[in-house]
Design a protein around this ligand. Structure first.
Ligand SMILES: [Zn+2]
Length: 141
């Protein structure tokens, strides 16, 4: 029965969990059973933005149970679904196909002071990535 909360959380997070990821995750993001997908997505986004070399993080429930990995790819998919813009309505019900690179555009940001880099799948000027030491990053053109 110990796995029941994990199953609930996994269902709620849906496409945020990347079931195709089969490598170990060095970094855990702690969540609680009450966290909504949008909050968890924000936490993961923050963590991934802070470390451009990170490809995935493991979500951990109540600091004990591994829920599943979130990758930059699954985060982008989940954000596409959660966004109100509706530009990605064709993404469907979690039945994504591989090889969506034609639609997946990576945008690069860099810190003007230390040149730390962050990759994002979207550009939102209200929410630019932050360098932990120097603040707002700039779009790399
Ligand atoms: Zn910096």
């Amino acid at each position: 029965m110990a796995d029941e909360p994990v199953t609930d959380v996994r269902e709620r997070l849906g496409s945020l969990i990347d079931d195709l990821w089969d490598r170990p995750c060095d970094v855990c993001v702690d969540i609680s059973a009450e966290d909504e997908a949008i909050e968890v997505g924000g936490l993961v986004q923050e963590r991934l933005s802070a470390d451009p070399s990170l490809a995935a993080v493991m979500l951990r429930l109540d600091k004990t149970h591994d829920v599943g990995p979130v990758t930059r790819r699954s985060l982008a998919v989940a954000e596409g679904l959660a966004g109100s813009g509706g530009a990605e309505t064709a993404v469907g019900d979690g039945a994504e196909l591989p090889g969506r690179s034609t639609r997946f555009r990576v945008i690069e940001f860099s810190c003007p002071d230390c040149h730390a880099r962050v990759l994002r799948s979207y550009y939102d000027e209200r929410c630019l990535p932050l360098c932990p030491d120097h603040g707002v990053m700039e779009l790399v053109r």
